[in-house]
Design a binder for this molecule. Structure first.
Ligand SMILES: [Zn+2]
Ligand SMILES: [Zn+2]
Length: 259
């Protein structure tokens, strides 16, 4: 089954409309796609919608299901910026909607958007950044807000490689994911970032597989050309590492299917 669960549209920071994304996914032979535009509880923010705009996403999904639902399954997802001090506000913003899944992402360390702002990397050692990042990710997994942890080692994006082995931190994180009942995605966009590899990389992926954490697939497309990019390679790596299933979602419930 061909699925892509991580796609952005022009309702957040993507370049294409829902219609354009769906038509491209159909052309590429996808059976099921999920839209996961950015939601950020702290406003203003250029690339994400606020709480009062989620309703527009929902309406658009309903509209798209009417139009294309007989040809492709269209899921209602969301990519949410996690902030430890705003868990209750995030929960309240999400609770009135019938999402198929919610992706939790760490794009911020404190107020620093390390994902786009490179200016502060010089202030910290890479090991310190890994520790900081993964502690936030662990809190996000434990919060109960999310079904899928997004691009689980995004901290490496700008070739931030750890100075020493982080396997212990990876194993601890994998255990917390398993205990918290969250899945994670192989986010293939990492391949086209400076780091040049999937999020997560092989060491973290092995730890997640050993801990029995379910995996799903996302391209993090911000335009229609990126849908499903590098998915064959992702499936190969998953199989090599020991995964036999990938996880679909419906109404925030998991459905395991053969890779
Ligand atoms: Zn993201
Ligand atoms: Zn994304």
């Amino acid at each position: 089954m061909n699925i892509d669960y991580h796609m952005h549209t022009n309702l957040s920071d993507g370049h294409n409309t829902h219609e354009e994304m769906i038509l491209a996914a159909l052309e590429k032979g996808f059976d099921e796609i999920g839209f996961s535009d950015h939601f950020n509880i702290k406003q203003p923010c250029k690339w994400a919608i606020g709480a009062d705009e989620i309703i527009q996403l929902e309406r658009k999904i309903f509209e798209m299901r009417e139009e294309f639902g007989h040809r492709i399954s269209i899921l209602f997802g969301l990519e949410v910026d996690y902030f430890n001090d705003r868990e209750d506000d995030i929960r309240k913003s999400l609770q009135q909607f019938n999402f198929d899944y919610v992706i939790g992402s760490i794009h911020f360390l404190g107020d620093w958007n390390y994902d786009t702002d490179k200016s502060r990397y010089v202030e910290f050692s890479n090991d310190f950044l890994y520790e900081w990042y993964f502690r936030e990710l662990q809190k996000a997994a434990k919060s109960g807000l999310f079904d899928i942890m997004g691009h689980p080692d995004l901290i490496k994006k700008f070739r931030i490689w750890p100075e020493t082995s982080q396997n212990q931190l990876f194993e601890e994180t994998a255990r917390i994911f398993a205990e918290s009942g969250v899945a994670f995605e192989i986010n293939t966009s990492g391949k086209d970032r400076p780091c040049g590899e999937f999020f997560p990389g092989n060491e973290l992926l092995k730890a997640l597989c050993n801990a029995g954490v379910p995996v799903t697939l996302g391209s993090d497309s911000h335009n229609k050309e990126q849908i499903g990019c590098h998915f064959d390679e992702a499936r190969t790596i998953l199989t090599e590492i020991g995964y036999t299933k990938i996880t679909r979602f419906r109404n925030r419930k998991r459905i395991a299917v053969t890779i």
